[in-house]
Design a protein around this ligand. Sequence first.
Ligand SMILES: Nc1ncnc2c1ncn2[C@@H]1O[C@H](COP(=O)(O)OP(=O)(O)OP(=O)(O)O)[C@@H](O)[C@H]1O
Ligand SMILES: [Mg+2]
Length: 456
Amino acid sequence: MVEIKELLPGRFERIGAHSHIRGLGLRGLKAELVADGMVGQTEAREAAGIVVRMIKEGKMAGRAVLLAGPPGTGKTAIAIAIAKELGPDVPVVMITGSEIYSEEVKKTEILTQVMRKAIGVRIHEMKKIYEGVVKSLDITMAKNPYNPYQQIPQSAKITIATKDESKTFEVGQTIAIRLINEGVSVGDVIMIDAETGRVTRIGKAESPDVKRYDIEAEKPVPVPMGPILKEKEFIYTLTLHDLDEINARRSSFSIFSIFGGGREEKEIEPEIRERVNQLVKNMVEEGRAEILPGVCFIDESHMLDIEAYSFIARAMESDLAPIIILASNRGITKIRGTELVSPHGMPLDLLDRLLIINTRPYNEEEIREILKIRAKEEKIEMEEEALEYLTQIGAKTSLRYAVQLLTPSMEHAREKGREKITKEDVQAVEKLFADVKRSANYVRSLEREFMISEPT
Ligand SMILES: Nc1ncnc2c1ncn2[C@@H]1O[C@H](COP(=O)(O)OP(=O)(O)OP(=O)(O)O)[C@@H](O)[C@H]1O
Ligand SMILES: [Mg+2]
């Protein structure tokens, strides 16, 4: 007997720091103490819940939110939860403040691109297509003019049928090649774009009289009805940035791309963006498109400088602006690029226009719950005493440090032949890995022996 072993699709398991966050954990607008992977921080979560509602109702346009609080208090976690709550229809783009600095591209260009990626355009298009099940397919091959030993498709004769109609077509080389590339065979339901000749294989046609015992997991599709040539509505979503790119590429197909092999344009001309905006506005007016304003989340916003801030403030005013969410763990500090000191290192006039959500440090109970959730997420088991000890560490140092010690503790436990983390394991790795304060004190105590970086 042959042995058949089913292979499960390989899962790429990388457990991100926020993989346990599934939403804001709200019932209505009220935060449950532990839900959706979220623990405590109830006011901030409830505020975030209101923001989600406002976004969904289109009442957030031109506004921005700031998540402000000490490190490790769940600002990034809440932003991710907001994205999850908004669902797949709302585009969300996440960057960190430092990502706007690059050698090749201007800061404002990067910010513009990020913001335009956060605005979706749902386009409705009517297309003329031929659609039906393939009844017969004859491909005529010919010698390749450049290589006589090779045969290439030259034309094809194809019969397509719906439940009501059957027609035979002669098609040229382009479509013949596409039919082969798409792997079309008799019995498949296909679609041919009448304008571009693009071939799409939809699937195997259902047939009532033939019982299939195929192992192939392909699900049969129904045979279309009505005429073969018809107009069909297609809906697809692109972002403003996608549209910019498409338009930029089309126009840069010039003499340069023939001689230079096409230079990759990093920046998109403002005129192209203007044209795209106009195009989108026209489509919206004609009822052929809808705009889906999304969210642009800029984490560690204190890395932005005064130019970036004023750019953002200006961009917020435009009518095609996404909702901006900033997060910062800085208190009163200098605005980058100036000598001015301001809360969260942010210009006052921008601060004035933000909805600010504060996150606060966690208490012991919350730390314990978060540790439990993280342990479960990482499939780590630990003894009650170990959890208690780790909770104390979290309360004394930081939540992040305590979370970080989970995996090393597990390694230590395994080395000792244990499947569960004990207090001893935690104590052992606590000695090996320093928390930030301990490391800073160590550096200070040995200041003379460390390399001193030269002031530049
Ligand atoms: N309320 C919470 N419920 C569950 N997990 C949380 C909560 N708050 C934080 N976490 C988790 O704790 C860790 C630290 O939180 P996070 O990275 O969100 O902090 P932060 O406020 O963004 O810090 P920073 O200012 O350093 O960027 C993450 O793994 C996060 O998923
Ligand atoms: Mg963060």
